[in-house]
Design a protein around this ligand. Structure first.
Ligand code: FES
Length: 369
């Protein structure tokens, strides 16, 4: 673990950094500052883990102190978290679970270890105090309007609790005056995240009702079995007059959508929806060769995203959203430079994970695909 530098030294480094930024190319001053202390970086964001706790099996909750470039988040948004695993930079998205008003500036991420998920399993097994993570600024439009709805229904399942408990904590910090129901589904009581905290919030905030639904137990919960209209009537009979925010596994999302669509309430149901980002492409000036190392396929760079170029070369890389959100198209760039077609950011490192659907080659590149 890298030793942290005292505050005075941080200030001096900050004063020198602006001057040095212009001189130190192509990597910029952050590459050099982080050799001293990762938290000194100026443009990029790092987060040092200050606390690790395990609330339930396969789940780890990290408290993180972000570096100076962090601008804060709005409840419901997500953050990209990158770690280096076996020499490869890997990135996944996690939604903070804390209130957007947390006064100590710390960030709380709760991560469920997916047996097939490299990053979540790595963090579950290896996270410790002092570990430094790479973070992005927050992103995502799954947020409440600034003019808060009077009645709020929050529904979550499993680790989908994080963006909605962030909304709940934020509303509580605001002293929200309307009714709130927090309906959370888990397999069993032992699988409920934040159970004690939610119970305490419900006990101290008269307008808040917390209900736990257990899908694999017949006793002990407020509700049992899978979501249905009768659950809504039981815990939020005013749901027709409320705004509802939903995050969870696909079967729960589908079940809630069906009920709301049938009731003509789809406008009042808010889920994580993504719109394709505008891509900045310059196909007229594309140069270089694209080599897909595993298949041996090779093509002249067309300036289009690598996912399209791979498909045009006859490959079928795994993908999902095609808009840079789901990370299922992630591959390792062995050599060369690519540009993020949304932000313009260049990736020049060897053996770096990139998303094929939003990455455009800048000259020759080799992709492990
Ligand atoms: S991030 Fe979803 S397909 Fe690329």
């Amino acid at each position: 673990m890298t030793a942290l530098v005292p505050r005075a030294a941080r200030r001096r480094a900050g004063q020198l950094a602006s001057f040095a930024e212009a001189l130190l190319t192509p990597h910029g001053v952050d590459r050099y500052l982080e050799l001293l202390d990762p938290m000194l970086v100026r443009k990029e964001i790092r987060g040092v883990v200050t606390e690790v706790r395990r609330q339930a099996a396969d789940t780890v909750t990290l408290t993180i102190r972000p570096s100076r470039a962090w601008r804060g988040f709005t409840a419901g948004q997500y953050v990209r978290v990158s770690v280096h695993i076996d020499g490869v930079r890997r990135t996944r998205c996690y939604s903070p679970a804390c209130s957007q008003y947390r006064t100590d500036g710390l960030l709380e991420l709760t991560i469920k270890a997916d047996p097939h998920g490299l990053v979540s399993s790595y963090l579950y097994a290896n996270a410790e105090r002092g570990m430094v993570l790479e973070l992005s600024q927050p992103d995502g439009a799954f947020t409440m309007p600034a003019n808060r709805p009077h009645g709020v229904l929050l529904i979550s399942g499993g680790s989908g609790i994080t963006p909605v408990i962030s909304m709940l904590r934020t509303l509580v910090d605001e002293g929200h005056g309307g009714p709130i129901t927090f309906l959370h589904y888990a397999n069993t009581a032992d699988d409920v995240l934040y159970r004690d905290e939610l119970a305490e919030l419900a006990a101290t905030h008269p307008g808040l009702r917390v209900a736990f639904g257990y899908t694999h137990e017949h006793t002990g919960g407020d509700l049992h079995g899978f979501f249905g209209t009768e659950h809504l009537h039981a815990v939020a009979p005013w749901y027709r007059d409320a705004e509802t925010y939903l995050c969870g596994p696909t079967p729960l999302m589908d079940a809630v959508r069906t009920v709301f669509d049938t009731a003509g309430l789809s406008e009042q149901l808010h889920t994580e929806e993504f719109a394709p980002p505008p891509l900045q492409l310059d196909t007229g000036n594309a140069t270089g060769q694209v080599r897909f190392t595993h298949s041996g396929a090779e093509t002249a760079n067309s300036g289009r995203p690598l996912l399209e170029q791979a498909e045009e070369a006859g490959l079928r890389p795994e993908h999902g959203c095609r808009m840079g959100i789901c990370f299922s198209c992630t591959k390792v760039k062995a050599t060369g430079c690519v540009r993020d077609a949304r932000s313009g950011e260049l990736s020049t490192e060897e053996n770096e994970e990139i998303q094929l659907c939003i990455s455009v080659p800048v000259g020759d590149v080799e992709i492990n695909c």
